[in-house]
Design a protein around this ligand. Structure first.
Ligand code: OX2
Length: 829
């Protein structure tokens, strides 16, 4: 690459770029050089952050030649590229992942040791880029890891938020949010490319003009911002590949008004800058206010428009025939957030490339595919026509035309069924005119997929039923997956060694090989070693918790974990009711203490800042935890731990230590779940409903190794249709009554009955997610858990079988499914 278009004479300039020597000496030399010349400090003057940054630069140096090489090959081969469009990437820490991918972990550890540095100390200072909220963003991160490992040309496109997901703290048990200034100490893993910035326009008007006898439309925008790309390396595991994650940062085109500054109005002089830079300031700002909503639409258009322009201008060759675009790219829409890309590509093709509408539409339909991640109606994004038309007037026109032609097609197929037309229209009329982004994505996409079998089925049967009738072949399923590199190999090194010893190392890229462990489940020696790994992972978690100021874990406790976003549909409340009921049962003497297994209940969850009920539930968990953990009468039996600020880094510690995985959403509400997969893969047994990917986990691991409870999705529907009255369940079940009464009595709020009153009445009189209806079968299932745990040998056997049978949930498999069913891209050779 160094020589392209230049005429260098220096021998070094002609030589290919090579990585530093992959030896302890080579690493140490490069590290010290980076410390001196990039950080500007000597070893003796350096602090731990200097050392961390120099280490990161060193790892980068090793990956650099491969990165150049990959880009050159992709350019030469012109394969189809997967452009993953996602507003979120919940990456987790980079250092260990990149060391592992480049096979540098041992070399780096030794080289640093020889410099007098413990690499563990450096690991601790890395702040994870929390550029996502939860499962959707973490899924994107797993996918780009797998695509790199499978040598698929991929660009992940997204937003480089200056502030990621907020840091959660607790103040008297209540969530407080603090800004996540993840860039504060430097960001060694990304590369700014201001020279490759795109200008992104907003607002204004449209006008028609005469273009050599053809009437065309053009957009006359009112203002614009610069989108500056930051490239991150996405190294494949042990395959020498490095793909790119390109995140956009918003910068003002004209940052500073010198005239205004000189007149003394400093605030006004930077107004434009502040305004522009707000676009990439923070991950998903509050969307309950109109300003918040507008900003979010700005974010979406900002990154998608920049990405499409970047791909066309910088990845495709200059003389590229745009009609061949579908041969070179698939834009995968990660939920509806990037769907504004559909009218944007149409605008580029029709207004800028001057294609006929029909030709442009045919291309666009082939270039996009859409993944839906939800079933909750309130999560299906809609934009008011007023807002969209104001911010993106040309796009609204294009959406209208797409809709007109689509509705003509509907009439042709189904006749003048006005009800059907209204239901299928991309423009909704009630309560006010709005654009239904999921419908737009469905109409435009070559394929539409759900993220687990049940979810895809429910999409076809309910949410997108009419579309599935119209285009049955458009709909498909790809069950989610998780990367075994981060969530088994890195997070659980001891289990990884045990597996490698038993099966060889190939499982890291071929997770189905874990099947080989099935036979070992009956081997007493293997079970003992497996159990020892679990115990040691619990001790490791315990020290992590202690270092965060939490109480240590008790030896011998079952570790029962519920780690996921706080949402009513996920039903953390049901978990709390179980804890309260067990506590009340022991204290009142209703339960035989000897039958109750000693348990630690561990929660990890953030609530959206504007989601009042979720925040009340957090408060309740902490309040119950405080009382239960302090009560001498249940000491050594029950304990509740809720470390603040659950994130990827903490998940990597909790998951390997877990015994029991709580996946207790109301059937039909959790699209898939991915934490459920990570926990099973690390040998936790699931207690769960028949929801999302739980269904597939249960089928694979077997009913004997899974605790199923609760209503099925059709039973849920039926009960709703009958008219659900939660208070009836309260009346019927004494255990439920005692638990709810105890909360209502103020036992967990210092006698104050008002604190949790809204929560209690919500449960008794609304309970949208039917926690009360599933309570009694949940408790029965928990009794089965206790009985199973009492037989340690049997439990460990089940845990091993969970690991052995979870290979299907590798994101490598998910990527193969996307490639076969949707993308049809091939690896770089
Ligand atoms: C989540 C879903 O709630 C979860 O079930 C799924 O596993 C994950 O996406 C990845 O597919 N926002 N986050 C999600 O959906 C939406 C919308």
């Amino acid at each position: 690459e160094n020589t392209a278009e230049l005429r260098p004479t220096h021998p070094l300039a002609i030589a290919p770029v090579v990585a530093p020597a992959a030896s302890v000496d080579g690493f140490a030399k490069q590290f010290l050089q980076n410390l001196n010349f990039d950080q500007g400090v000597t070893l003796s003057n350096s602090d731990v952050n200097d050392q961390y940054l120099a280490l990161a630069y060193t790892v980068r140096d090793y990956l650099m030649a491969r990165w150049f090489d990959d880009r050159a090959q992709q350019k030469a081969q012109q394969n189809k590229t997967v452009c993953y469009l996602s507003a979120e990437y919940l990456l987790g820490r980079q250092l260990d992942n990149n060391l592992l991918a480049a096979r540098l972990t041992d070399i780096a550890t030794e080289a640093l040791a020889q410099c007098g540095i413990d690499i563990d100390d450096l690991r601790q200072v890395e702040i994870e880029p929390g550029l996502g909220n939860g499962g959707l963003g973490r899924l994107a991160a797993c996918f780009i890891d797998s695509l790199a490992t499978m040598s698929i040309p991929t660009i992940g496109y997204g937003i480089r938020y200056e502030y990621g997901i907020f840091r959660q703290a607790f103040n008297e048990g209540q969530q407080v949010e603090q800004p996540d200034a993840w860039l504060r100490m430097g960001s060694p893993w990304d590369f700014a490319h201001p020279e490759a910035a795109q200008t992104i326009s907003f607002a204004g008007t449209t006008e028609t003009y005469d273009d050599e006898g053809v009437e065309r439309t053009r957009w006359v925008p009112e203002w614009n911002v610069l989108a500056v790309p930051y490239n991150m390396m996405v190294p494949g595991y042990h395959n020498g590949r490095v793909n790119t994650l390109r995140l956009w940062r918003a910068v003002a085109t004209n940052a500073f008004d010198l005239h205004t500054f000189n007149s003394g109005d400093y605030v006004e002089s930077v107004r434009a800058q502040t305004f522009a830079e707000n676009i990439s300031k923070v991950l998903y700002p509050e969307d309950s206010t109109p300003q918040g909503k507008e900003l979010r639409l700005q974010q979406q258009y900002f990154f998608v428009a920049a990405s499409i322009a970047d791909f066309i201008e910088n990845v495709l060759p200059d003389d590229f025939d745009i009609e061949k675009l579908p041969e070179r790219v698939i834009f995968q829409l990660n939920d509806t957030h990037p769907v504004i890309g559909v009218p944007e590509l149409m605008r580029v093709l029709v207004d800028e490339k001057k294609l006929e509408w029909d030709a442009a539409w045919a291309i666009t339909q082939k270039c996009f595919a859409y993944t839906c991640h939800t079933l909750l109606p309130e999560a299906l994004e809609v934009w008011s026509v007023d807002l969209l038309g104001h911010l993106l007037p040309r796009h609204l026109e294009i959406i209208y035309r797409i809709n007109d032609e689509f509705l003509l097609e509907v009439r042709e197929r189904f006749g003048d069924d006005e009800m059907l037309i209204r239901n299928m229209s991309i423009i909704g009329e009630h309560p006010s005119r709005s654009v239904r982004m999921a419908y737009l994505a469905t109409v435009a996409g070559s394929k539409v997929n759900g993220v687990a079998e049940l979810h895809s089925q429910l999409l076809r049967d309910n949410v997108l039923k009419d579309f599935a009738t119209m285009w049955p072949d458009k709909f498909t399923n790809v069950t989610n997956g998780v990367t075994p590199r981060r969530f088994l190999r890195l997070a659980n090194p001891d289990l990884s060694s045990l597996i490698t010893e038993a099966l060889g190392a190939g499982w890291t890229v071929d997770l189905e090989r874990l099947r080989g462990l099935e036979a070992l489940a009956d081997d007493a020696d293997f079970r003992e070693r497996f159990a020892a790994v679990k115990a040691s992972n619990k001790r490791r978690l315990s020290s992590v918790l202690e270092a965060r100021g939490e109480a240590p874990l008790d030896d011998g406790h079952m570790l029962d974990v519920m780690i996921k976003r706080l949402h009513e549909y996920k039903r953390q409340t049901l978990k709390v009711l179980h804890i309260v009921s067990t506590y009340e049962g022991i204290v009142s003497g209703r339960l035989d203490v000897d039958e109750v297994q000693a348990r630690t209940f561990l929660f990890g969850a953030k609530a959206a800042p504007g989601y009042g009920m979720a925040k009340r539930i957090i408060h309740l968990i902490n309040a119950v935890g405080e009382v239960v953990s302090a009560d001498e009468r249940v000491k050594g039996k029950l304990k509740v731990v809720y470390p603040a600020n659950y994130n990827v880094t903490l998940a990597e510690r909790i998951i390997p230590a877990a015994d029991l995985s709580e996946q207790i959403s109301l059937a039909g509400k959790e699209a898939s779940g991915t934490g459920n997969m990570k926990l099973a893969l690390n040998g936790a047994l699931t207690i769960g409903t028949d929801d999302g990917a739980n269904v597939e986990i249960r089928k694979l691991v077997g009913d004997d190794n899974f605790f199923l409870f609760g209503m099925s999705e059709p039973e849920v529907e039926e009960l709703w249709a009958e008219g659900y009255r939660p208070a009836d369940f309260y009346q019927k079940d004494e255990r439920l009554r005692s638990a709810i009464d105890l909360i209502a009595s103020g036992a967990f709020s210092g006698g104050d009955r008002t604190v949790f009153e809204p929560l209690v009445s919500n449960l008794l009189y609304e309970d949208r997610f039917m926690a009360l209806a599933d309570f009694s079968t949940y408790l029965d299932a928990q009794d089965r858990v206790d009985a199973a745990y009492a037989d340690q040998d049997g439990w460990v056997r089940s845990a091993i079988l969970n690991v052995a049978r979870s290979g299907y949930f590798s994101s490598d498999r998910a990527m193969r499914d996307y490639l076969d069913r949707i993308w049809h891209a091939t690896p770089v050779s």
